[in-house]
Design a protein around this ligand. Structure first.
Ligand SMILES: [Zn+2]
Length: 301
């Protein structure tokens, strides 16, 4: 699916064991491995006396217990990169155990994903989350020891936030940019135009290291983010060529574009093709019969 991309799959970790991945930043990996979550969801703890947790991860007793123990009574804030269940289902238990304040984007302005538009075929979005403090682009979360700045980066999810840890060169990149694989863009939860614009926005921040929601640290992140941009542009060109040559459905295009894809991610690949078609429609290069959907017919405009 992502050949020629500078992907890195190595990652040193042990489930439930905090690992210092940068000065003042610890990571605990949840044991929810899958084709979509890699080894599992990364939970980060920032600071030691006034601790911010970034993404509680799934509702897994052992994982939440590991976070609480690592926080040693000092967890005051829980930040969410986005409300996909593998990142936020553990929130209720962690909040109950710590009484920490929750911070995240909150209500997103666009329709969210449901089971019928899920890359995994299951319910993958928490539609209920209401943060104690709603974060918007550029807002800062401050303690005596650290300062995090929120960056709204829709594309993978409409409520997606990345966070820079000021003065360190670190950006917590959530599921927007990961080192092990490309992000899933599954409309309407995902939007390819937003995803590309958010990538450009991250490039301007000029971070030195990304700490993603799954997988190991992304070093030289500018190179990786640029490679993802080029990859999507090439894919878009291929899909437009397919439509021009008379391939009129997502299924037909999928056969050309994702020839060797595993069954586990085939549905996500189809959604990704559709996400590209939506963007081509937005640009006036492709048309669909009726409201564009996974089962529409498409032709060159
Ligand atoms: Zn996600």
């Amino acid at each position: 699916m992502a050949d020629a991309l500078p992907l890195r799959k190595e990652m040193t970790f042990e489930y439930g064991v905090p690992r210092e991945v940068a000065p003042g930043v610890r990571r605990i990996v949840a044991e929810n491995p899958s084709a979509f979550t890699f080894h599992g969801t990364n939970t980060y703890l920032v600071g030691s006396e006034d601790v911010a947790v970034i993404d509680p991860g799934p509702d897994d007793e052992a994982h939440i217990q590991a976070i609480v123990e690592a926080g040693a009574g000092s967890i005051t804030k829980i930040l969410l990169t986005h409300t996909h269940r593998d990142h936020c289902d553990g929130l209720a238990k962690l909040k109950a155990a710590t009484a920490a304040k929750t911070l995240g984007f909150g209500t997103a302005p666009t329709p969210r994903g449901t089971t019928s538009s899920s890359p995994t075929n299951g319910e993958f979005v928490d539609h209920e989350f209401t943060p104690d403090l709603a974060l918007r682009d550029g807002m800062k979360v401050v303690s005596n020891a650290w300062q995090l700045t929120a960056h709204h980066t829709p594309g993978h999810a409409p409520d997606h936030l990345c966070f820079t840890l000021e003065g360190t060169g670190i950006l917590f990149s959530g599921d927007h940019v990961m080192g092990w694989n490309t992000s899933v863009i599954a409309p309407p939860e995902g939007n390819m135009g937003d995803y590309l614009r958010s990538l450009e926005k991250l490039l301007k921040l000029d971070a030195e290291q990304y700490l993603p929601g799954h997988g190991g640290a992304v070093h030289r992140p500018q190179r990786v983010a640029k490679a993802f941009l080029v990859h999507r542009k090439m894919r878009e060109a291929t899909i437009l060529d397919c439509v021009k040559s008379g391939k009129s459905t997502v299924a037909e295009i999928l056969e050309i574009v994702y020839r060797d894809v595993d069954d586990a991610v085939l549905r996500a690949a189809g959604l990704s093709v559709f996400a590209h078609l939506e963007l081509l429609i937005e640009r006036g290069l492709v048309r669909a019969n009726g409201t564009p959907s996974l089962t529409s017919s498409f032709w060159s405009a």
